[in-house]
Design a protein around this ligand. Sequence first.
Ligand code: SF4
Length: 359
Amino acid sequence: MDRYKKIKLLSRLASFECEKNPDLGRCIYSASTPYGKKPILKVLQSTYCDKNCDYCMFRRDRDSTPRVFISPEDLARGFIELYRKGKVQGLFLSSGIFIHPEITMEKMIDTVSILRNKYGYRGYIHLKLMPGVSLQTIEEAVKLADRVSLNIEAPNDRRLKSIARGKSIKRDMLPLMEQVSKLLKNYTRKTHITQVMVGASGETDEELLKSSEFLYRKLGLNRVYYSAFYPVKETPMESKKPESKLREHRLYQADFLIRDYGFSYKELPFVNGKLPEDKDPKEAWAQANPHLFPIEINKADFELLLRIPGVGKETAKEIIRRRMKSAIRSPEDLRGIRNLRKILRYVTLCGKAFSGKVS
Ligand code: SF4
């Protein structure tokens, strides 16, 4: 198989969404990077994998997965050609784990070294880290990539073991994440992320958000991505129901409260470990804490404003700007503020409530 065909196949297989569409152009996706949105080629070094994770299309025992490996030189050349033609502006390189995580990672690092050192490529690279590699290899990966990621897939080892025997977050992932976190202190724009599957391991929202809080606060992760489980045919989980996108969405909203708004997962209104699905988590939290409301909008500091349902960072800043000019006395003084109707349900303006009095 020639280089281009291999890249096309490895890229198609890397993106579940474009599995059915053989056009490489469709497998180039627009991703947020520290340098803005860029067309990124997501590709695998290899579809061979010695592991047997129950949910994964690359698991060792899945006979129908096409098995392909591309050499670092071929992949780097293929990518640089696409880059020079203006088709892509970034690379997201992942892989199945073949022979040993260290050997897999070595090949991936060779690919990006060739890009950086032989072809002088200075653009965006997102490199997936293989669980269980050495700390020295991690250092090399962080040096070469703009973003590194290590997907924990489940909130703790008990849950992970139920879908991926032989993998351990504590043993194979946390030490690497700690190392990445230490190394990233020397860089300003490099980032470190992970992904968890939602609904694959019987986990609760509370377990997921507890684990995310730990990753943000203790390991300095930039972002946790939540991915609703979708069953892959010819895997042990093929008959499990797909997880709802609404649950994924509520987790992102709750995650945002933890990451950016100073909430702890312990404050969130879980019922038997689940977030309510019928309202956003901040509104559910506010309704579970009526003694904290209404909040006087002219007196609340920035952090308290952020606790009002409907108020985001930009809105909180805008409220502070307006009230510095003069006190906010009526909904008129908040004209143009997003979610005003919702906000008014939770605030007073110079001591008066205006809920339901906005046109
Ligand atoms: S190690 Fe990764 S590629 Fe291999 S089976 Fe597990 S999830 Fe899939």
